[in-house]
Design a protein around this ligand. Structure first.
Ligand code: FES
Length: 157
């Protein structure tokens, strides 16, 4: 059964005190829970947060399902997100993604057999001036070429 660490729970409680409305603490609480759960959020976690935050699960679910930065299924140790929006696409992000997937012998949205990688397409990540780019967990990698992206991903330990 999922429970936040003492530190995670403390952070959620601090977020609840920070805002006038408890609803404003939903995004930070989901971030904290996702980080502690290896990168994704289950229905059980939504129920848990509902109890801890004193909010209806439906309210938390609304936020959770709206934002793509919250993952609804396991994403492996490294979640590689290729930006699939206009600046990145015009600058070759699909070619970058295609080369990476070929070299890693996997498909978009699959987790590699060793559980280490998951690749997905996402909308604009707010770094259009340095397109094409990708995000791996919390880090941005910009001005990519296919070779550079493969090298970065293969270099992950
Ligand atoms: S289009 Fe890729 S970061 Fe904006």
């Amino acid at each position: 059964m999922f429970k936040l660490s003492d530190e995670g729970l403390k952070k959620v409680q601090e977020e609840l005190k920070r805002y006038e409305s408890k609803n404003s603490a939903i995004i930070p609480a989901l971030y904290i829970a996702q980080k502690e759960n290896g990168g994704w959020i289950s229905e059980e976690i939504i129920g848990y947060l509902s109890e801890v935050m004193g909010l209806p699960a439906s309210k938390i679910n609304e936020v959770f399902k709206f934002y793509t930065m919250f993952n609804q299924k396991p994403v492996g140790q490294y979640h590689v997100q290729f930006c699939n929006n206009i600046s990145c696409v015009l600058n070759g992000s699909r070619e970058v993604a295609s080369e990476v997937l070929n070299k890693m012998h996997t498909k978009i949205n699959d987790i590699s057999l060793d559980g280490k990688y998951c690749f997905s397409f996402v909308e604009c990540l707010g770094s259009c001036g340095t397109a094409p780019m990708m995000q791996i967990n919390d880090e941005y990698y910009e001005n990519l070429t296919a070779e550079k992206a493969v090298e970065i991903i293969k270099g992950l330990k």
